[in-house]
Each structure stands twice: as C-alpha cells, then as structure tokens.
Design a protein around this ligand. Structure first.
Ligand SMILES: NC(=O)c1ccc[n+]([C@@H]2O[C@H](COP(=O)([O-])OP(=O)(O)OC[C@H]3O[C@@H](n4cnc5c(N)ncnc54)[C@H](OP(=O)(O)O)[C@@H]3O)[C@@H](O)[C@H]2O)c1
Length: 222
C-alpha cells in the first residue's frame, strides 16, 4: 500500500510497532519514488498510543490528509475458550485504534478547514457468520459499523471508506489459484490489488461510506 501510494505521488508516513527496522528500509525505498517518507512507532494496544502515533505523524509531516487503518491482529479462537482479554485485545487494536486515529484526523482537518479521507481494512469474513475467530470477526464488524457511521458524521470534511480483502497470500506462495467453486473468480486477491483499492478510495472524491470487497467474489457465497 505504501509503495502504491508513493508511486502515485503521496508522501507517506509508515507506522510500525515491532517492525521498525523493516519500516525504515521501506521508507528508504519509498523515497526513491521522489516523495517523502517517515516512520513512526507505537503499540496500538496501549491506551493513548493511537493519539500519540497521530501526533508523531503530524510532527514529521506538518499535516496529514489521509489515513489507512491497516494494522491489525488475527487470532483463531474457539468461542468456548475465548476470554474477555481475547476480545478486548482485538477490540483495542482492530477497532478502537482506528476509531481514535480517525477522530484525530477529523479534528486535524477541521482545524485546517481542509478535507481528507480514511480507509479501514476489514475482511470479507464480515459478510458471513464465521466460526473459529469470533473475537476477530466482532472487531472487524464493529469497524465496518464505524466506517458507515463515521462517513455520515464526518462528512463533508472527511470521507471514510473500507476495503474488505479475501485471503492474500505472501508473494512467496506458489499460487493464488483456489480450487474451483471456493472463490467465484477462482483467484485470491494480490497485495497489489488490495493496495489499488485502497488508493482508489483515498482519492475518490465522490465516494464515502463504501465497503469495497476485493475477494474474487467470496463474500457472495453463503
Ligand atoms: N492478509 C490477509 O489475507 C487478509 C485478509 C483479510 C483482511 N486482511 C486485513 O488486511 C490488513 C493487513 O493484513 P496483513 O495480513 O498484512 O496484516 P499483518 O501482517 O498480520 O499485520 C499488519 C501489521 O499490523 C501491525 N500490528 C499488529 N499489532 C499491532 C499493535 N499492537 N500495534 C501496532 N501495530 C500492530 C504489525 O506491525 P509490526 O509488524 O510493526 O508489529 C503488522 O505488521 C489487516 O487489517 C487485516 O485484518 C488481511
């Protein structure tokens, strides 16, 4: 996503938690596209850190026009053994952090009398009941609800949209092809295709409150 946006002319602030060294390498690469790139760090699980991450980004770049809420954790967690801590952890990282970052962006845009956009990363799994990862599913369902409500509440200054990918394999995976019938288009999305959707929504000035599934049609299956 950072690479796609940098190639399109965006200056990019990369947020990392444990992968600060990789993020620095990425920023060096992004700068080769001609724009600026900075790295900020923070554990989004901790109270106050999403706000601190936004403020650090602002200190680097001077202004922020757009936000991609991509950081997330997934956990296979049978409902029978899921603890309140399991739910709270995914809620804080996958839902509350994007909410707080979006609120911060909206306030920053209002102070500048400017407009901007935010894109939240969901998951095609929100389209169906899904056994085995309910704490994760709830965190993304809540982020979907936030996307639609925030689109309404923060209009016209801030557009809020979401991308819901299907399973994206690492570039090292042998094949993105699925057995016939599992995915209508018989292919998994690539990271580049998800990134293109993110870029589209960030730049689509007439679009807000949209959930864009990039999943080969998987969300259509019951
Ligand atoms: N990959 C898929 O197949 C797939 C499918 C559907 C939806 N999605 C969604 O697409 C997005 C990207 O997926 P992905 O597979 O690329 O995700 P990922 O590699 O599992 O995680 C992305 C990043 O989230 C950051 N992160 C995790 N916990 C954090 C914390 N406590 N504080 C701050 N940052 C934290 C990590 O940063 P550090 O490494 O710096 O710690 C990590 O690199 C996610 O929102 C995911 O739910 C992915």
């Amino acid at each position: 996503m950072a690479d796609t946006l940098a190639r399109a002319g965006w200056d990019v602030i990369v947020h990392a938690n444990r992968s600060a060294a990789q993020a620095d390498t990425l920023c060096t690469h992004l700068a080769t596209h001609g724009g600026k790139a900075w790295r900020v760090t923070g554990d989004l699980l901790a109270a106050g850190v999403p706000e601190a991450v936004f403020d650090a980004a602002l200190a680097c770049a001077g202004r922020v026009d757009a936000l991609v809420n991509n950081a997330s954790q997934f956990a296979l967690q049978p409902l029978a053994s899921a603890t309140p801590e399991n739910f709270e952890r995914l809620w804080r990282i996958n839902t509350l952090a994007p909410v707080r970052l979006t609120q911060r962006l909206a306030a920053h845009l209002a102070a500048r009398h400017a407009t901007g956009s935010a894109v939240n990363l969901l998951d095609q799994r929100i389209a169906h009941p899904n056994a085995g990862a309910v704490p994760y599913l709830l965190s993304k369902k809540a982020l979907e609800a936030f996307t639609l409500s925030a689109a309404l509440e923060f209009a016209p200054a801030l557009r809020v949209n979401a991308v819901a990918p299907g399973a994206v394999l690492l570039p090292s995976a042998a094949s993105n092809k699925e057995p016939a019938g599992t995915i209508p288009l018989l292919t998994r999305p690539s990271a580049e295709q998800v990134a293109a959707a993110v870029r589209y929504l960030l730049e689509a000035e007439a679009v807000t409150g949209q959930i864009l599934y990039v999943d080969g049609g998987q969300h259509l299956l019951s």
